[in-house]
Write a protein that binds this ligand. Structure first.
Ligand SMILES: Nc1ncnc2c1ncn2[C@@H]1O[C@H](COP(=O)(O)OP(=O)(O)OP(=O)(O)O)[C@@H](O)[C@H]1O
Ligand code: NI
Length: 304
């Protein structure tokens, strides 16, 4: 057992520790997709991972779901507690996928095949996962009207298809739910409903990792416990969501919040760099940085 094995304690839920993902594109080009990302998502809570498009959020989701490209070079750990045992999903058996960790995808309309009804697809998921639930019960749990079950995905609104996707995700009673931009195509009302539903999942005991770039929705709805802000492959700040939203410590978080319509639409001072061949140091500071913890908050600062 190495020192790092000892260091990772997963009491419950999901722990991402020091996750670095590099994806070679060609001989000279590598995507620095995530760099030293650590996240703690205890059971019964929602951790939001936010940041601009292309900063690496979905790569974190893919690592947790074990869906990274085959050629990705991965270091770090993704620990999930399964049946009383802490398992590193990056190296452990894949049998738990779908059952213990479920993905709510960004585009549910492409998640479901267009040629079969929602009911038949949920039935199939239930059978595949040997789920104790029935389709009607899952539909009821997510507020999907029973008559919607016999519709084809394209016949339903985006909000209803998204609920069907959450119903599918809940079929295996997952301990961990990863929701990658689950509200991206939804209007405000439906966004709020999906966020409420994820909150209910957390309150029922799931560890929820919610990926979004919609900080405005978090200001409007107090659903997140922890907020982690990502910039160019690195986490720059984490803390209790309310505190980070009210009093951001990292300049970038402050910029993201000031860019929101409800905070004055101030343009972000700098462009997000492409993740191909980033410098080895933090791209924001342009210098070596470390994550500094103060109380229940963490912020990336220049190394002295
Ligand atoms: N399969 C892949 N192969 C190579 N590069 C990839 C792959 N998937 C993502 N990337 C690259 O990794 C980087 C991070 O992408 P990612 O999808 O994680 O961003 P994101 O933060 O989720 O953005 P968005 O908010 O637009 O979804 C991008 O530069 C992207 O081009
Ligand atoms: Ni994404």
């Amino acid at each position: 057992m190495t020192l790092t094995d000892v260091a990772v304690q997963v009491e419950s839920g999901l722990v991402v520790q020091d996750l670095t993902v590099r994806i070679p594109l060609s001989q000279n080009t590598t995507v620095h997709a995530t760099t030293g990302v650590s996240l703690d998502v205890p059971s019964g809570s929602i951790t939001v991972l936010a940041g601009e498009s292309g900063c690496g959020k979905s790569i974190v989701a893919s690592a947790v779901m074990r869906m990274l490209p085959r050629n990705a070079v991965v270091t770090g750990k993704v620990m999930v507690r399964i049946g009383g045992e802490a398992v590193n999903v990056l190296t452990g058996a894949s049998a738990h996928r779908g059952r213990h960790t479920a993905l709510v995808p960004q585009s549910s309309s492409t998640h479901f095949t267009p040629v079969r009804t929602i009911r038949s697809q949920l039935d199939e998921t239930i059978a595949a996962l040997q789920s104790p639930h029935c389709t009607e019960d899952l539909a009821q749990r997510v507020g999907l009207p029973t008559e919607s079950l016999d519709s084809y995905p394209h016949e339903l609104s985006g909000g209803l298809v998204q609920r069907a996707a959450i119903a599918a995700a809940l079929a295996g009673d997952p301990a961990v739910i990863v929701a990658d931009e689950p509200t991206a195509s939804l209007d405000r009302r439906r966004t709020d409903q999906v966020l409420d539903l994820l909150r209910e999942c957390a309150d029922a005991g799931a560890a929820v990792l919610l990926i979004t770039h919609d900080l405005g929705a978090l200001l409007r709805k107090d659903v997140a416990d922890t907020l982690a802000i990502m910039y160019a492959s690195r986490i720059v700040e984490t803390g209790p969501a309310r505190d980070v939203l009210v009093d951001p410590w990292h300049e970038y978080t402050g910029g993201l919040l000031a860019a929101l319509p409800q905070r004055g639409l101030k343009p972000l001072p700098r462009m997000t760099p492409a993740l191909t061949d980033l410098p080895d140091v933090c791209a924001y500071a342009g210098a070596p940085t470390t994550l500094v913890t103060r109380g229940n908050r963490t912020v990336r600062e220049r190394s002295i």
